[in-house]
Design a protein around this ligand. Sequence first.
Ligand SMILES: C[S@@+](CC[C@H](N)C(=O)[O-])C[C@H]1O[C@@H](n2cnc3c(N)ncnc32)[C@H](O)[C@@H]1O
Length: 205
Amino acid sequence: MSNYLKSLNKLPKNDLIDKVLLEAKELKTPIISDEGIMFLIQVIKIAKVKKVLEIGSAIGYSAIMMALNTNAEITTIEKDELSYDRAIKNVSNGNLSSRIKLIKADALEVELEEMFDLIFIDAAKGQYLKFLERFKPNLNDGGIVICDNLLFHGLVSDKEQIESKRLKGLVNKIDDFNHKLIEHPDFDSFIYEIGDGLSMSIKKG
Ligand SMILES: C[S@@+](CC[C@H](N)C(=O)[O-])C[C@H]1O[C@@H](n2cnc3c(N)ncnc32)[C@H](O)[C@@H]1O
């Protein structure tokens, strides 16, 4: 986001958010961009989303921001034990345990019966198609899927500059997902240059 927009667009902040942001910085935990969370919050409000499923809680920043800025209930899945423990602590420090349900599990293994209005995918970047297919049955018709990091620091649209074989493999996977998402017969999707590249898909019903 430009400095001009940074000075205009103010995300609500409190002591808890400041602490979680500092913790993310110290631990080098990747979290959603300001632009991304601003977009997500507005979509939740416009679509009157009641239930959100998040794949990839990390230390709870995006879940806490969604809970503090909307009326939605959030279920969020995290497989890393240390991140999960920190998320639990942060959510409880904000007295948000009744609004945010944290599940410690690999999202590729967990079985959920519940239905959701919006799914936010922000976990292992090479697994997005698997997450989408796995949780599609848990999304109501007309429900929304938002995925983060689809431009991956600008590398997806400029692969030639990548030297590392491993990174190239990951970026190719994201590129492949982007095409499959846009062509997916069950969703109407667009990808936007918001934050690190966000998609918004609407499930056809
Ligand atoms: C980018 S971080 C999430 C950031 C968080 N959404 C935020 O903006 O505050 C991605 C997280 O996904 C978790 N993750 C990766 N693969 C996962 C999986 N298969 N199941 C659950 N969590 C996973 C990682 O451990 C990591 O903490």
